[in-house]
Design a protein around this ligand. Structure first.
Ligand code: XIL
Length: 370
């Protein structure tokens, strides 16, 4: 068995830890994906980054990491003038030291709920438009510029669309400028600050029947951006799989495969790449029994990835967490039976689950990327 540099570094990091150091390499998710020209990764952040065994799991399985919250405005911007990069730096430094790539998430989460509170009461002054543009461009330039040497793909704008109405959201930041202009400024500024990075619009439209309005709105947004010359390179498909309100009686949701393929065909016809950026499976509507639940999650994941990987434009696949222990979904709309959710490829003790095998099998079956 040949051991590459990353395996060696990761192996050394894991030696002192409870994971089998030599389990990494070609038989890891990252290794199986890499054999097909696909980059596999996951998110890390919050307390889980301080769990050495979890860091070792990520170093072993991933080629790529994305900070879960640490690069967002809520983490980097205590106020309008100051930046705090300590938490993001720690993750990026660790990734670099372990030979992992980093995705940047996100230069603008265009949603009032997720912007820092201070913006809601911020005084934009006598020329609110000028000040809003300055604040936005300064933010994007500073964050993208800081991480550009190590981040080669940014979610420039996240979730700009109200998925129920299909209209662009407005936030305290966008009100003086207009949502469309906010998006364009963010992308143009990112291109200047990180000219070699892949610039991504990231959103949670998906393949269920009840997501047609969202899909149509994302297409319209991307078409407008292309028509205006806004520099977008790819669509980030978040891939939080499962039913819309997590508790539908229809299992993981009724799928509209034709509608989803039409959507992906239209996106790729614009010359855009696709990324699976935040995959997990919200298992609320599934039965509590673990074997059955895990099997359904795995089957759903496999079908989904097979479809996504049938597009050669899909070259990056990321989970939103590797282990059920740390999934954000466990803090979000509890299951009716109160059981812990199992949305990730490894269980709470970091043992591989059927979902892990489904991801591996989908990579193994995927046609090689160019
Ligand atoms: C989530 C994090 O996982 C949580 O810890 C945080 O409290 C809220 O944000 N779509 C996104 C991610 O683009 O940034 C979100 O991450 C999950 C949904």
């Amino acid at each position: 068995m040949t051991i590459d540099r990353r395996s060696l570094i990761g192996g050394m990091a894991a030696l002192a830890l409870p994971l089998p150091a030599m389990a990494r390499g070609r038989d890891t998710l990252g290794g199986i994906a890499a054999a097909k020209g696909i980059r596999f990764g996951s998110t890390m952040g919050h307390k889980n980054f301080y769990d050495p065994a979890y860091r070792a799991l990520n170093a072993r399985e991933c080629a790529l990491v994305v900070p879960e919250t640490e690069m967002k405005w809520s983490a980097t911007r205590p106020d309008a003038r100051t930046f705090d990069f300590r938490a993001a730096d720690r993750i990026v430094d660790w990734a670099s030291a372990n030979g992992l790539g980093v995705r940047g998430h996100t230069l603008l989460w265009h949603s009032e709920r997720w912007m820092p509170d201070w913006i809601k009461t911020y005084d934009f002054g006598a020329n609110p438009r000028t000040e809003a543009e300055r604040l936005l461009a300064d933010h994007v330039r500073t964050v993208a510029g800081r991480y550009a040497p190590r981040v080669d793909s940014f979610d420039v704008v996240n979730e700009a669309i109200d998925s129920d109405t299909g209209t662009l959201r407005e936030t305290a930041l966008s009100k003086p400028i207009g949502a469309q202009a906010v998006i364009d400024i963010a992308f143009h500024t990112a291109r200047q600050a990180a000219p070699r990075a892949q610039l991504v619009y990231n959103d949670y439209m998906g393949w269920r029947q009840d997501e047609a309005v969202h899909r149509a709105a994302v297409l319209k947004l991307l078409e407008g951006m292309k028509a205006r010359g806004t520099p977008v390179d790819a669509l980030g498909v978040q891939s939080h799989l499962g039913s819309k309100y997590s508790d539908s009686p229809t299992g993981l949701g009724a799928i509209d495969e034709r509608g989803w393929r039409d959507f992906l065909d239209a996106v790729t016809a614009m010359g855009l790449d696709l990324l699976v950026t935040e995959m997990d499976v919200h298992d609320n509507p599934l039965p509590g029994a673990i074997a059955r639940r895990d099997a359904e999650v795995a089957a759903h994941t496999r079908a989904y990835l097979d479809l996504m990987l049938s597009y050669p434009q899909t070259k990056t696949v990321m989970c939103w967490g590797l282990s059920d222990r740390y999934s954000w979904l466990n803090g979000f709309r509890p299951r009716a039976d109160g059981l812990t959710k199992r949305p990730c490829p490894f269980d709470a003790a970091f043992r591989p689950k059927p979902m892990r095998d489904a991801i591996a099998a989908a990579f193994a079956a995927a046609p090689p990327r160019a």
